[in-house]
Design a protein. Structure first.
Length: 682
């Protein structure tokens, strides 16, 4: 893709849509050859029109194909024969239509292009601000750059919007992929990561075509310490399939993407504004070493808002250490309370010496990031010279120390362009909007905290899942027990033998109906709990007699601290995924679950458990005994190992509930459902 994205020569095929590209490339300072190709247009004073690619005086590195879809398909072999480097296919009407004709046209396009790399179709092209080239059918809304972030977008309109931002985002590349028929998002990630001028990668994506390639590119970014932030749109279900277990009903495709991005240390943003602010901070400071934020401003109101916004984002506002706190007392006097966030008051606003001392003390306090909150008046109607002076003192002190620093405006519009550019030149991130700015800091801290995590490893999902078979509960529990997961003492017996089995196990007991197609026993009246004598057992089996000839009699676990759900869903794209959540009657009520991608280790399980609403119960809520968290963690790891061994045939595995007993007493899986692919179940 080197010739396509960093071309020395360009050919433009098409009419007026591509004419603008000539002007925009010259605007960016492109000095290579630009040739126009059209079969009928007459020459003008500005342009010579060649009738075909074959008539060109040289072989172009990059070609813009701005002609209708049928002509686009027809011209691709000509580009291949000429030896061009790559193409941008602008036309629409391909697979994005969802029609048979559109899919057929896409197949023809891919076949006709041979091995030629191309962006699109249905693609807006790209801008390379680093080398001054734009295969882009619109205005180029910024200027050349020596270094900057690479933006990769599935949507041309989103890409255009990002280029038009009024946030001084330093952009190096903006590349759109359209339908991703040849070049995918993950291919572009891999390419831009090899450019030393790229400081961070920003992505807008609706779907990832090759998860393995995406994971490999993300790991390459992590190895090079190039941070990634993205917006992922398109929330949908795991798969179009019948769901029979609690586990599968809890986890959708978007949850799996969330788990993927967390595992890879990719910051997922919720808006384009948040993406811009995050990328600015990553461009200036990279990933942060922690979440300890030092903040200051001249307003108690600003500081209160900042504290309220920062806390739910997981940002820590620790006390100012003793030495800088003492310096601040000397500088600011008795009227100022020394705290973080720091309201340094306005009476030093015009005292440059004390401003420098105040800012220097905060920047020297050892925070992972330090932010100055300042909101400028409108420079077109007001004298902002005093604001500029305050900002300059902060920038000078931050630049001298080379620490992670940001200027934070409460509103996006109260940080003027000149001041944003001044901050960037000093290596300080100009963050616009307090919520977006603080989220950017939280994202940078998250990326730094996840650098040591292992990458996910996808396991092939079995085919033919529409034909499945379910194990009985006794067989499913035997499988769990063989994997090292504790289950209750139990016996599978005929109805009439249930009282004797109960006496052998010891009261109290649980009696469950067992039949091959009885998947949800509680709803069918097939479960009786806490039976304390033979008469109660007899009454229970009489009620269940219509459900089947056998029952499972097992010990009643009576010392549970909490009930968890453990399971494995098999997604067509992600393969097997472990799910941990609240179990028992709380499963549907709380919808409290977390997916964990393979490989599953104790660290990944611990992070998942920590994020559950169930976690306080396991920790010992309101004076209750703490649960055996270590045993629950081990059960998760062992269940994942079982799923990996059975991956060739496993469709679904649901263990609900797993009773978490007091610390040191373990966990017990008291119900289980296992489904296998019939074709592979032998």
């Amino acid at each position: 893709m080197q010739r396509l994205l960093r071309p020395k020569s360009i050919a433009l095929l098409g009419g007026k849509w591509v004419d603008m590209m000539h002007e925009q490339n010259r605007k960016l300072g492109f000095r290579g050859s630009i040739w126009h190709v059209h079969p009928t247009r007459p020459a003008t004073a500005e342009h010579t029109f060649y009738r075909s690619i074959g008539e060109l005086p040289g072989v172009p590195d990059a070609v813009v194909v701005g002609i209708p879809r049928e002509a686009t398909v027809a011209v691709m072999p000509e580009l291949v024969a000429a030896g061009v480097g790559g193409a941008v296919c602008y036309a629409s009407g391909f697979a994005e239509t969802g029609s048979d004709t559109g899919r057929e046209m896409t197949e023809r396009l891919v076949a006709s292009a041979g091995e030629l790399p191309f962006l699109g179709p249905n693609c807006y092209g790209f801008i390379n601000y680093l080398d001054g080239v734009a295969l882009w059918p619109d205005h180029v809304a910024t200027r050349r750059a020596e270094r900057g972030v690479a933006l990769i977008c599935q949507s041309g309109t989103i890409a255009y919007t990002l280029t038009a931002n009024q946030r001084s985002l330093p952009m190096g590349y903006v590349v759109t992929v359209g339908n991703q028929s040849r070049i995918h998002v993950e291919h572009l990630m891999d390419f831009v990561l090899d450019d030393p001028r790229v400081t961070a990668v920003g992505i807008y994506v609706e779907g990832i075509k090759d998860l393995r390639a995406f994971i490999a590119a993300a790991e390459k970014a992590r190895a090079k310490q190039i941070p990634i932030a993205l917006v992922k749109a398109g929330r949908s279900e795991v798969a179009a399939r019948a769901t029979v277990s609690h586990t599968a009903s809890l986890t959708g495709a978007d949850d799996l993407y969330d788990a993927l991005f967390r595992r890879l240390g990719i910051a997922r943003c919720e808006s384009l504004a948040e993406l811009c602010e995050t990328l600015k901070l990553l461009h200036c400071c990279g990933a942060l070493g922690g979440n300890r934020l030092g903040a200051m401003g001249c307003s108690g109101g600003d500081m209160a808002m900042l504290a309220d916004t920062a806390e739910p984002l997981g940002l820590d506002l620790p006390e100012i250490p003793a030495a800088p706190a003492e310096q601040l007392k000397i500088t600011l006097g008795e009227r100022v309370t020394i705290s973080n966030p720091l309201d340094y008051h306005t009476y030093i606003w015009t005292d440059e010496t004390r401003l420098r001392e105040c800012f220097g003390a905060m920047l020297d306090a050892g925070f992972d990031a330090t932010a100055l909150v300042i909101d400028h008046s409108d420079p077109e109607t007001c004298d902002i010279s005093s604001f500029v002076t305050v900002l300059e003192q902060f920038l000078a002190m931050a630049k001298a120390r080379r620490v992670a620093a940001a200027v934070l405006a409460s509103l996006p519009e109260t940080l003027p362009r000149a001041q944003r550019e001044q901050a960037l030149a000093s290596g300080v991130a100009p963050l616009q909007g307090m919520p977006e700015g603080l989220r950017a800091i939280a994202h940078a801290a998250f990326i730094g905290a996840t650098r040591g995590q292992s990458a996910p490893r996808l396991i092939e999902a079995p085919a033919g899942r529409e034909s499945t078979t379910s194990l009985g509960e006794a067989a499913a529990k035997a499988m769990l027990e063989a994997a090292g997961i504790a289950v209750p003492r139990a016996r599978l017996v005929a109805l009439e033998d249930a009282p004797a089995a109960a006496r052998e196990i010891g009261f109290p007991v649980v009696v469950k109906a067992c039949a091959p197609r009885l998947l949800h026993k509680t709803e069918a009246g097939g479960v009786a709990l806490n039976l304390r004598n033979a008469d109660q057992v007899m009454a229970a089996i009489e009620r269940m007699s219509a459900l089947g000839p056998e029952v499972l009699v097992e010990e009643m676990v009576t010392d549970g601290v909490a009930e968890a759900l453990l399971g494995v869903v098999v997604d067509p794209q992600f393969g097997p995924v472990l799910v941990i959540g609240s179990g028992g009657i709380l499963t549907e009520l709380l919808a409290d679950s977390a997916p964990v991608l393979f490989p599953v280790d104790e660290a990944a399980v611990t992070r998942a458990i920590d994020g559950l609403k169930l976690a306080p119960l396991i920790a010992g809520f309101r004076g209750q005994p703490a649960g055996d968290r270590a045993a629950l963690t081990q059960a998760c790891v062992r269940l994942a190992a079982l799923a990996e061994r059975e991956a060739a045939r496993l469709v679904e595995l649901d263990v609900n509930p797993v009773i978490v007993r007091p610390a040191g007493r373990g966990v017990v899986a008291v119900d289980a459902l296992v489904r296998f692919n019939v074709a592979a179940a032998g």
